[in-house]
Design a protein around this ligand. Structure first.
Ligand SMILES: Cc1cc2nc3c(=O)[nH]c(=O)nc-3n(C[C@H](O)[C@H](O)[C@H](O)COP(=O)(O)OP(=O)(O)OC[C@H]3O[C@@H](n4cnc5c(N)ncnc54)[C@H](O)[C@@H]3O)c2cc1C
Length: 389
């Protein structure tokens, strides 16, 4: 190996890496597994300690199945629920049912992220848990990545730090500077519950200014997860319980689920300041992947599949750069263009559909219209789902 190649691939120094990946969710873990399998010295930083719970509906579109298996996770052995049916209800309990052509499977992030972390370690990734990255500095051909206990050097940095992170604020990314609008300032709340509900169905129950999904994950548990505006919480004295009683319970399906199920967490997992505004895919030469590159509204599902798929596209371009087949500029342009081609339209569709929901009367009218013209729902499902990759 030439000195130059050693330098690029990080094999010249113990604190030098080919790629540093910031954020160990699905985008970061899958990218680091692909890189390490291809022989690149890879370090991944995750600020939390695995396993841990995350706000997420935990329904993964089947478009990801083949890719997840290619990482080395045998999902068919896990006996996970396969979800083929959709139910959508309006705030007053009007509902429709539809078949999901492609469908999905249910698995908790607690289990999945931890299993992928184990696979990353098995494949040679240096995984640093409880390690928060504070700054990334690009200096001509190399990055310095500073974290709470030290620093490393890398040829490439991937930003896989999710919806909103300290680095977004530090870098003053455009979406952070946006004033409150229809696409930002949402909160997410998640529980695991035991309940009676068909294992092959995902339900999306709407309520004023939000919607709540329920579907099965592993071990007879169900994920109950909702998105609403920060204003909704504020209007209810900043109490999640009050908001649930005053707002969510108005939908009879939600009232039944909340009153009759066994809740497995002491307190729900929550996140705030969620934004669906546009984001950039390259930020100061850092390749952004997953929610850090742009977040699809959960109503249109599939953020997890987008995170996996972006890792596949990111890997392909990083690999070409590290093999010296393309320049850094070409890698950045190719990645950003492929990302837009693959996900740009889906995210736009997600934003449009999001704007329809939450308004009680409009959601109700929408459900009534779909009942009369069922082809609309098929079109909507298709517009927000991708193909196997
Ligand atoms: C309410 C709600 C419901 C959803 N439901 C679904 C669903 O049913 N199906 C679906 O496909 N998608 C769903 N999504 C979307 C899905 O959760 C995301 O798209 C997906 O998790 C994106 O993965 P990621 O790897 O980009 O980010 P994440 O999984 O969020 O991972 C980012 C990681 O980076 C870490 N991190 C952040 N900053 C730093 C730092 N400075 N240093 C080190 N580590 C850092 C975080 O701790 C985190 O673990 C939902 C989202 C919401 C809000």
């Amino acid at each position: 190996m030439s000195e130059r190649e050693k330098h690029r691939t990080g094999k010249d120094d113990i604190s030098s890496f080919a790629v540093a990946v910031i954020g160990g969710g699905l985008a970061g873990l899958s990218l680091s597994i692909l890189l390490s399998k291809a022989g690149y010295k890879t370090i991944l930083f995750e600020k939390e300690k695995y396993p841990f719970h995350k706000v997420c509906g935990e329904y993964i579109s089947l478009e990801s199945w083949k890719f997840v298996e290619s990482l080395g996770l045998d999902i068919s052995e896990l006996n996970l629920p396969i979800i083929k049916k959709l139910m959508v209800s309006s705030p007053d309990g009007n509902f429709i049912k539809a078949n999901l052509d492609l469908g999905g499977f249910g698995v908790s992030r607690y289990f999945l992220d931890n299993r992928l972390k184990e696979l990353a370690i098995e494949n040679g990734v240096t995984v640093c848990e409880e390690t928060k990255v504070n700054e990334v500095i690009f200096n001509e051909e190399k990055f310095t990545v500073q974290y709470n206990r030290g620093a490393v050097v890398a040829s490439i940095v991937a930003g896989t730090f999710g919806k909103r992170s300290n680095l977004d604020v530090k870098w003053k990314r455009d979406f952070i500077k946006q004033k409150n609008n229809k696409l930002n300032n949402f909160i997410g709340v998640k529980y695991h519950i035991k309940t009676v509900f068909p294992a092959d169905t995902i339900a999306l129950h709407n309520f004023k200014n939000g919607y709540c999904g329920i579907s099965k994950v592993e071990e007879d548990q169900y994920c109950l997860c909702y998105l609403t505006t920060a204003q909704n919480l504020k209007d209810n004295g900043n109490s999640i319980k009050e908001m649930e009683k005053n707002v969510l319970y108005k939908n009879p399906f939600l009232k039944k689920i909340f009153s009759e199920s066994e809740f497995l967490f002491q307190e729900p997992v929550t996140i705030s300041q969620i934004s669906f505004d546009k984001k950039s895919q390259i930020e100061n030469h850092v390749l952004m992947l997953g929610d850090a590159a742009g977040m699809i509204t959960p109503l249109c599902g599939n953020g997890m599949s987008i995170a996996f798929h972006a890792a596949k596209i990111g890997f392909k371009n990083i690999d070409l750069f590290l093999k010296e087949k393309i320049s850094r500029k070409q890698m950045e342009n190719r990645y950003a263009n492929e990302w837009q081609k693959q996900f740009g339209k889906r995210l736009r569709n997600g934003r449009t559909i999001q704007a329809l929901f939450g308004k009680e009367k409009l959601t109700d009218l929408f459900i009534k219209a779909i009942k009369r013209f069922p082809f609309i729902i098929k079109k909507l499902i298709k517009a927000t789902h991708g193909n196997s990759f």
